[in-house]
Design a protein around this ligand. Structure first.
Ligand SMILES: [Zn+2]
Length: 246
């Protein structure tokens, strides 16, 4: 079996049999990789805590015949200690890991997605005042990268400025003449807030203190849009929403 070297972030780990785990890793050069870590649940495991979710690792992996590879060696590059010690930061990080797991393709190189994830986790690890805003900015960037950037400044259908309605299915903000039945009202302030987050540096996204009412309006729009386009419900979004301040 061919052996390859990769670095990546562990997205999740599930039990397999008595002693093993299957880990899912977003790697720099090989896209999403699923691999068996043998003996990882034994107290004497040579992997220890190196393959816990939310760990940046360097791996040696045997390429399997099926979609499942086998981890041969693992070294920690970074473990994001600050995130692990704070529920708000952790909820935001979970959202990032889950969203990446949804959009990444197995063994399909996607360096930009890997770097986005690493950038998002590093931003959270600095302990931003508003971790949820960092996760929201991250989601907007991930949607863009995946070809689903929501229209926020003009009607998604005709391009007219100052749209006053929002429809996930139609691609974001829409004007009254283009809106379909599922479109709901949206304020200019909520759209401007989301556009700000979409363009913000991840390291700065958590520093702003937006009006709570704008926050409350914008957040469900973004989460609804993300779930619609990522096609499945994300378990972590309600947790993230609950962890928010106001
Ligand atoms: Zn229109």
């Amino acid at each position: 079996m061919p052996l390859y070297k990769e670095q990546g972030v562990v997205l999740r780990a599930v039990k397999l049999g008595e002693a093993d785990k299957i880990i899912t890793v977003m790697t720099q050069g090989s896209g999403k990789v699923r691999a068996v870590a043998k003996g990882i649940r034994k107290t004497t495991s040579r992997f220890g805590a190196r393959l816990e979710p939310l760990t940046h690792v360097s791996l040696m992996v045997y390429r399997g015949r099926s979609s499942l590879d086998t981890v041969s060696q693992a070294e920690i590059i970074g473990s994001f200690r600050a995130i692990r010690g704070d529920l708000g930061l952790f909820a935001a990080a979970e959202t990032m890991l889950e969203a990446v797991d949804k959009v990444a393709e197995e063994h399909e190189r996607n360096v930009r997605l890997f770097l986005l994830l690493l950038g998002g986790l590093r931003a959270l690890d600095t302990g931003p005042a508003d971790p949820a805003a960092v996760a929201e900015s991250f989601l907007l960037k991930l949607l863009s990268l995946s070809g689903f950037h929501p229209s926020l400044r003009a009607c998604a259908v005709c391009g007219r400025p100052d749209p006053s309605l929002f429809s996930s299915g139609q691609g974001g903000a829409v004007c009254a003449s283009c809106a379909e039945l599922d479109a709901g009202p949206v304020s200019a302030e909520a759209l401007a807030y989301l556009a700000g987050l979409a363009g913000s540096d991840l390291l700065k996204a958590g520093a702003s203190a937006p009006d709570p009412q704008i926050r409350r309006e914008a957040r469900p729009l973004l989460f609804g849009f993300a779930e619609y386009h990522l096609e499945r419900r994300m378990k972590s979004l309600p947790i993230l929403a609950r962890s928010l301040v106001p």
